[in-house]
Design a protein around this ligand. Structure first.
Ligand code: C2O
Ligand code: CU
Length: 483
């Protein structure tokens, strides 16, 4: 600073003394401000707090600030998952997970996709209300070596993700998944945040990827859980926080089958958001559960260092039998002075409740059957063939009846729903064994074929999948489903 002032003094002519003095005061004020900025009472975590899990963002090729235009390539890449070993993971742009796609509500996303995998694939934009032709739902695939341009606007703020919808248990299980976050500048600031993609890797101790059919038909029914828990592709990373200064974690369960029941030692989790962005009101929980496909947005008020743990959960077939809690990540809480940030608002917004009065009810039974001596899963007793029909503008109640002895996460493409009695927008909902959930959905003007299925992807591949055809004209002949 001294040398800058000296240089300034040399440059200033004598007759401009008054200007010089005024400018000097300005400069001193600037210096004072700068030192305030250099030594503030911090109300943010340390700068490197989430360096261990920070995600890459793809280059935006479009100068228009309202358009995010990126390249995405699905390809097999050598990745270090287990320290000291290499695994041939299936990746987007060579990373595990795929890059963080982040834009603002109302922006247009353009994705130049190239499939460099040895088999067909698609990209499904989980939770995004896109046109049916952009849904990447597996009815039309991108062949090996082929390309596709996805282009749509982002109508809702929230935490979403993308993954293939062809051989999805295998392709997602092999590593194809990535986060997508849509920001609304009008949403309240809730502290420094990190995107947390939870998954598990089905690999051997030498790093070899297990074949996706490992364990055979029993594993299909059980739902394959990889032996290594991953946070943004890392095993048990560490986050660093400043005592009392909140951090926000936007979590996505991108694992093919694993339920994430989680608790953070010494802390409550303040749930602020879910599948469809911020909730109406936040709530505090001692533990949370995130089923495959689901998202949760939590704020943590750091108190003492602790472990975020995966806790066993019996989702059927003895899935919790003889299992112990497992570490997900470490939170190191530094006892550094921190400013008290503004409290979390008691209410974020008012979400109108969908009115189900007079709405038609579709009953969707999740079923287990034996076909030709083989165990299959289905919807209403058949695999992949049930097609429901609805009209644009119509409100429906979907009555999802789980007749089986296992839990299933129900996911509907293309539209958010509200669980009866709640206003929070959801697209993925756990249906406990032998229980029923009613959800209310209203179809905006995006006609087409929309999938609904169990998001235990091994179950979806066993046939627990159906179609919802949304039409503009009720007299139109039914479109035949590709399944
Ligand atoms: Cu996350 Cu049908 O998908
Ligand atoms: Cu299932």
């Amino acid at each position: 600073m001294i040398s800058i002032m000296a240089a300034f003094a040399r440059a200033a002519a004598p007759r401009q003394g008054e200007v010089f003095v005024r400018t000097l005061f300005g400069l001193l004020a600037l210096v004072a401000c700068t030192s305030v900025v250099e030594e503030p009472i911090p109300n943010v975590p340390p700068a490197d707090w989430d360096a261990s899990i920070r995600l890459v963002t793809p280059a935006d090729k479009n100068p228009d600030p309202k358009v995010l235009e990126i390249d995405l390539e699905a390809r097999i890449t050598d990745v270090e998952v287990l320290p000291g070993t290499r695994t041939k993971m299936w990746t987007y742009n060579g990373g595990l997970p795929g890059p963080l796609i982040r834009a603002r509500v109302g922006d247009t996303l353009v994705v130049h996709f190239k499939n460099s995998l040895p088999e067909p694939t698609t990209i499904h934009w989980h939770g995004l209300r896109v046109p049916a032709a952009m849904d990447g739902n597996g009815m039309e695939t991108v062949p090996s070596g082929g390309t596709f341009e996805y282009r749509f606007t982002l109508p809702d703020a929230g935490t979403f993700w993308y993954h293939p919808h062809h051989h999805s248990a295998a392709q997602v299980g092999n590593g194809l998944y990535g986060p997508l976050v849509v920001d609304d500048p009008a949403d309240p600031a809730l502290g420094a945040e990190s995107i947390v993609v939870l998954s598990d890797a089905s690999i051997e101790d030498d790093g070899t990827l297990l074949p996706p059919t490992t364990g055979g038909p029993i594993a299909d029914l059980f739902g394959r859980e990889g032996g290594y828990l991953l946070v943004n592709g890392r095993i048990r990373p560490k986050l660093r926080a400043r005592k009392g200064v909140p951090i926000r974690l936007r979590m996505i369960n991108a694992s093919r089958s694993r339920y994430y029941r989680m608790a953070l030692e010494g802390h409550e989790l303040i749930v602020v958001g879910g599948d469809g962005g911020l909730l109406q009101t936040p709530h505090r929980e001692p533990e949370v559960m995130l089923v495959p496909g689901e998202r949760i947005d939590v704020v943590i008020e750091p108190k003492t260092s602790g472990l975020l743990k995966w806790l066993p959960f019996e989702r059927g077939f003895g899935t919790a039998f003889a299992r112990e809690p497992e570490p997900i990540l470490d939170l190191e809480v530094l006892d550094l002075p921190g400013a008290t940030p503004p409290p979390i608002p008691a209410r974020f917004k008012t979400i109108p409740r969908l009115d189900p009065t007079g709405a038609k009810t579709h009953k969707i039974e999740l079923t287990q059957m034996t076909v030709d001596g083989k165990t299959k899963l289905g919807i209403n007793g058949v695999s992949n063939t049930t097609t429901l029909r609805a009209m644009v503008g119509e409100t429906n109640i979907l009555e999802v009846v789980n007749t089986t002895d296992a839990h299933h996460p129900f996911h509907l493409h293309g539209f958010f729903f509200q669980v009866e009695g709640s206003t929070d927008w959801k697209d993925t909902l756990n249906i406990p064994m032998k229980e029923t959930r009613k959800v209310v959905v209203k179809y905006d003007d995006r006609p087409g074929m929309w999938m609904f299925h169990c998001h235990i992807l091994d179950h979806a591949d066993l046939g627990m999948m159906g179609m919802l055809e949304v039409v503009r004209d009720p007299s139109a002949p039914p479109t035949h489903s590709a399944h």
